[in-house]
Design a protein around this ligand. Structure first.
Ligand code: 26Y
Length: 824
């Protein structure tokens, strides 16, 4: 009977409509007479959810049966964006849904637009995790993501009088994509004390006692692969009061109110995503989040391993855990704790298993982003873990001392414990010591970590422990979904959509670089994308922009190292130049729209000041009749994944202008080029590899090199530098009150003029402005410009996250994809 009744997903249009309507009328209790777009979205999503869960179940069975190694990707952030369009595409039923929705009276685009973004991430690191999930499923790897189910994702940004205002992003009102697993819960312990004693058999026993328990409840999100039967799992933990032994006591002793208050406190653990990107704040609740999530995930992984009845020594053959930055580093300590304290293993045997299991990915060299936790805080929250960290450190330092006898300096440099007041735990060092591989995310970045922040560790472990895996992006979302017409045009020339699975096939486009008809269609698509974008700008900001102008885009988190200030100073410089131009000169000038977007961490005052300046400059320039269409300045509020899907395909030039050596990789640079835009950039992060792949003649590079940054900063420090004269004119303009409230922007100016210009804005200013002029010139020759963009796209195959995941699989995880046969 089971087999007979096993649900099958819909495959035809009629079946789709039937399931959707049924969900609208029953699950949602809406009558079809007042079915609006939101209800249509909800019904469609529920229909696809049914479909996904069927494949999810089969995939999990298949993976359990195959009994192969699994990948566990631990990330505090998964910046997923919307799921419906992706689900439709990946299961290959988008056309069916489109037709079906059409018959029900809806346009698929409108329906898809009803969805709220799942914004459980800040920026690059979180979006990378989302692309990796897509690739791992598409390549049939048995992989699970583990994260936190925040009740509030990254805040919604509004702009009021030019200032950023943060609005909470409560997104769980209707979330059809998650399956609560109230039966999958883990009790996680905090605080308490450590009891060490010798038992009757004379064995040392360590036990972590009392404290408080918080329950972790699993919520599963299905992750469909593109064109495969694989549907992997993203397991997000939600916190809830525990009903465990020593917490339940309160209810029984009549302290009802305070017990309810405790409940609330438990729920705060997974309440909110910390909105800092590359900026560490050391808050206790954040540490609680980290341990809560690591402990629950490891418990889950161990439970699954134990079911296989294998020996512990086989654990690393069954389990690969990848740490997305240092945020999950406590998982290393937790595994060591369980293996020794709970499973009774000898230290060395356990440690061998631990280090073979973990891999650590570093995403930054910025000192302000490197995690450190104070020893007293860990002592208080996780007393047993602190002891284990000290033991790990002791063993490590002894090993170092044997290799480098008498080098006391070295010992204090590489110690996990920083001897400061208070003492701090250096999480990156702990992550390196507890992993078998450490990787950076682009070539330059991987070289830099080896020669700067982790230099001593290269001496200790040798160079082979350190490797590079250059980031990538999924072409399913970032080409096909975001730019369906471009994808369709490419498919029409290549004969199929196979390039979405093997992006290197794009190289066949090279044959069309001089094809007149093709170029015309290519340019028309870019133009249509710009029209759509102009529409969005008008609705979002009230400013109307000319889609024929050059669209110059910088969208990413606002950070001094990313140098949005350089961009806006350049805009002011251009404005001043326009004001001085004769009518003939104006006629020759290439009209431009400078588009900005991105969130500032709520406590990052300088970043907020940059947003303020951009908006004030926009107000003045956009209303200056004398300038007209020659220059517009737009700040698109609330930049997020779904806005990126509109903005990126509409860009002519995008800016990736970080101070050389500061942006680990960047991934939007890849998205822009893949969508037929060109790049202005510094020789930083993946810009370097993009240049190598697509050719120097197709990239607008400028600025100082990473290798010269230290010397330049050193010179600044000793006062022997002069601020660029043109930049000083820009500052004079700001100071004279042209953009209102001159005091408001003083800090941006003094950072450069008085405080050493750490990000080398002045040093790069001239080169930046000259390069912008070159762009104007190049853009005038549209024919050549279009050829450049086609050629560039044809050479972007390397930057698919599929390549990237295969590299992780080969060089870090040592795992093969699961073979899947078409089945039904
Ligand atoms: C410690 C905590 C406050 C923290 C939270 C988030 C620290 C860092 C982050 C996020 C970092 C991040 O997004 N890094 C970016 O990772 C991308 C993917 O590898 C890179 O492309 C990008 O250059 C890097 O800035």
């Amino acid at each position: 009977a089971w087999k007979k009744y096993a649900p099958k997903g819909f495959t035809t249009k009629d079946e789709f409509e039937e399931t959707t309507v049924k969900h609208i009328e029953t699950t949602l209790a809406r009558s079809l007479f007042n079915c609006d777009e939101l209800a249509a979205y909800s019904g469609t999503a529920l229909a696809f959810k049914d479909r996904l869960i069927i494949d999810w179940n089969k995939t999990q069975q298949r993976q359990t049966f195959a009994d192969q190694k699994r990948i566990y990707y631990l990330s505090l952030e998964f910046l997923m964006g919307r799921a419906l369009d992706n689900a439709m595409l990946n299961v290959g039923l988008k056309d069916v849904a489109k037709e079906g929705l059409g018959e029900l009276g809806f346009r698929i685009e409108d329906v898809v637009n009803q969805e709220h973004d799942a914004a459980l991430g800040n920026g690059g690191l979180g979006r990378l995790a989302a692309c990796f999930l897509d690739s791992m499923a598409s390549l049939n790897y048995a992989a699970w993501g583990y994260g936190l189910r925040y009740r509030y994702g990254i805040f919604k940004q509004e702009i009021e009088n030019g200032y950023q205002v943060e609005i909470p992003d409560y997104w769980l009102d209707f979330n059809p994509w998650e399956f609560p697993r109230h039966d999958v819960t883990v009790d996680v312990q905090f605080y308490g004390w450590v009891n060490k004693y010798t038992n009757d058999e004379g064995k040392q026993v360590v036990s972590w006692q009392d404290g408080e328990l918080v329950s972790a409840v699993a919520y599963d999100v299905p992750i469909p692969g593109y064109g495969t039967p694989t549907v992997n799992n993203l397991r997000l933990w939600s916190s809830k009061a525990s009903t465990g032994e020593f917490d339940f006591a309160k209810f029984n002793s009549g302290e009802y109110e305070s017990a309810v208050a405790d409940e609330q406190r438990a729920e705060t653990i997974s309440a909110v995503l910390y909105p800092n990107d590359n900026l560490e704040r050391g808050k206790e609740l954040r540490l609680k989040q980290q341990y809560f999530w690591c402990a629950a995930s490891l418990h889950d992984i161990l439970r699954r391993f134990k079911k296989t009845k294998r020996k512990w020594s086989e654990f690393p053959d069954q389990v690969a855990i990848q740490l997305n930055d240092t945020h999950p580093t406590l998982a290393i300590v937790e595994l060591q704790r369980i293996l020794t304290d709970v499973e009774g293993m000898e230290w060395n045997e356990a440690w061998d298993i631990v280090t073979k299991t973990f891999g650590y990915t570093n995403h930054t060299v910025l000192p302000e982003a490197l995690e450190k936790w104070s020893v007293p805080l860990i002592q208080h929250l996780l007393p047993r873990h602190l002891q284990i960290i000290y033991d790990i450190n002791l063993n490590f330092l002894q090993q170092v001392e044997r290799r480098f006898p008498k080098d006391r300096e070295m010992l204090s440099r590489v110690s996990i414990i920083e001897e400061s007041q208070p003492k701090m735990i250096r999480m990156a060092y702990l992550a390196i010591i507890g992993s078998h591989k450490v990787n950076g995310v682009a070539e330059l970045h991987s070289d830099l970590i080896k020669t700067t922040i982790f230099k001593d560790f290269v001496k200790i472990y040798g160079p082979d422990k350190f490797t590079n895996v250059t980031n990538g992006i999924t072409p399913r979302r970032w080409l096909h979904q975001a730019n369906p017409r471009l994808s369709e045009l490419i498919a029409s020339k290549l004969g199929s959509y196979e390039f979405l699975k093997d992006l290197t096939l794009l190289n066949k486009l090279e044959a069309f670089v001089e094809d007149k008809e093709f170029k015309k269609e290519w340019a028309e698509i870019k133009y249509a994308n710009k029209v759509r974008m102009a529409q969005h700008i008008l609705t979002a900001t009230g400013v109307s922009v000319n889609p024929k102008a050059l669209f110059d885009v910088q969208v990413k988190r606002i950070h001094e190292y990313k140098r949005q200030q350089l961009n806006i100073f350049g805009v002011i410089h251009r404005y001043l130049a326009i004001k001085k131009m004769t009518p003939e000169e104006r006629k020759k000038l290439q009209p431009r729209v400078s588009i900005f977007g991105g969130k500032a961490a709520p406590g990052y005052w300088m970043a907020k000041t940059i947003i303020h300046l951009i908006n004030k400059v926009g107000e003045v320039i956009n209303n200056d009749k004398d300038v007209g269409d020659l220059l517009k300045v737009i700040f698109v509020p609330d930049y997020n994944v779904s806005k990126a899907e509109i903005i990126i395909p509409a860009s002519d030039i995008s800016e990736h202008i970080s101070t050389a050596g500061t942006e680990a990789s960047g991934t939007s640079n890849m998205k822009f080029v893949l969508n037929g835009g060109l790049v202005i950039g510094t020789l930083d992060g993946a810009n370097i590899e993009i240049t190598r792949e697509i050719g120097e003649q197709n990239v607008f590079l400028f600025g100082n090199l990473a290798e010269d940054v230290d010397d330049l900063r050193h010179n600044h420090f000793y006062g022997n530098y002069q601020v660029n004269a043109e930049l000083l004119k820009v500052f004079d303009c700001i100071k004279s009150g042209t953009f209102g409230d001159e005091g408001a922007f003083g800090a941006l100016i003094s950072a450069i003029v008085e405080h050493g210009d750490f990000y080398l804005v002045s040093d790069d200013f001239e080169s930046y402005c000259q390069t912008q002029d070159l762009i104007d010139e190049a853009y005038k020759n549209q024919d050549e410009w279009v050829s450049k963009t086609i050629l560039s796209v044809s050479r972007m195959g390397f930057f698919t996250s599929d390549r990237c995941i295969n590299e992780y699989a080969d060089s870090i995880w040592n795992i093969e994809p699961l073979s899947v046969k078409e089945e039904n």
